[in-house]
Design a protein around this ligand. Structure first.
Ligand code: NI
Length: 186
C-alpha cells in the first residue's frame, strides 16, 4: 500500500519520533513493507517514517551505485535492495563539515546547500533485528544525516546557513552557479 507523504508544515515532521519497541511485531513489519513500497514508488534516495505520518525512529535509503561525492571515500556499492535502519544512533567522526546540496520529498522542488559532517558513524538494526551501519563519508554520510534529522523533527532548511543557495531545482538547473560542493538529494 502506498502511503501519503507529509509536507513541510505538518506537525508530524516537527516532532521527535519514538523508538520502535518490537521490530518483529506484525503491525511494524506490515508498516515497513508499505513504507519501503512507498519509497520505491518515489524514486528518492532516502525516506524517514515521519514523512509518511508515522512518528517512529526508522528510515530507508538506497544509494546509487558509483556515487562518490568525496574523492577519498569509497563509492556506494549500489545494493539491489533498500536498507531499512531502525532506532539509529549517529555520531560525527572528526569535526570537519562540508556543504551538500539537498532536497527533500516533504519539500518538493526545492534545493539548498546544507552544512553536514563529512564523516559519521551510525548504527541501528534492520527489519530482521540485525545490526546495520558503519563509519561512512561522502554521499552515504549525507543521506544518513538528512534522514536521521527527520527522526528529531529537523528539516534541512532549519540547518541552512546560506539562503543564497536556496531555490527551486528547475531554476538552479537552468542557471547554474559555481557551487563549491557536490550535489546530493535525500
Ligand atoms: Ni527529507
Amino acid at each position: 500500500m502506498i502511503l501519503e507523504i507529509a509536507r513541510m508544515g505538518h506537525p508530524v515532521l516537527e516532532a521527535r519520533a519514538k523508538e520502535v519497541e518490537d521490530v518483529s511485531a506484525p503491525h511494524i513489519q506490515q508498516f515497513i513493507a508499505d513504507f519501503v513500497e512507498t519509497f520505491q514508488s518515489l524514486g528518492g534516495v532516502g525516506l524517514a517514517a515521519p514523512q509518511v505520518h508515522v512518528p517512529l525512529r526508522l528510515f530507508v535509503m538506497q544509494l546509487p551505485a558509483g556515487r562518490r561525492d568525496d574523492a577519498d571515500e569509497p563509492a556506494p556499492s549500489g545494493d539491489p535492495a533498500p536498507l531499512v535502519v531502525i532506532n539509529p544512533s549517529l555520531d560525527p567522526l572528526g569535526d570537519e563539515r562540508v556543504l551538500r546540496l539537498e532536497g527533500c520529498l516533504s519539500i518538493p522542488g526545492l534545493r539548498a546547500l546544507v552544512p553536514r559532517w563529512r564523516r559519521i558513524r551510525y548504527a541501528g538494526v534492520d527489519t530482521d533485528n540485525a545490526p546495520v551501519g558503519g563509519d561512512v563519508g561522502g554521499f552515504h554520510a549525507n543521506v544518513v544525516q538528512h534522514e536521521y534529522d527527520h527522526l528529531d523533527g529537523i528539516l534541512y532548511p532549519m540547518r541552512v546557513t546560506d539562503f543564497g543557495s536556496f531555490g527551486f531545482e528547475e531554476e538552479l538547473a537552468r542557471f547554474p552557479r559555481p557551487l563549491d560542493t557536490l550535489e546530493s538529494a535525500a
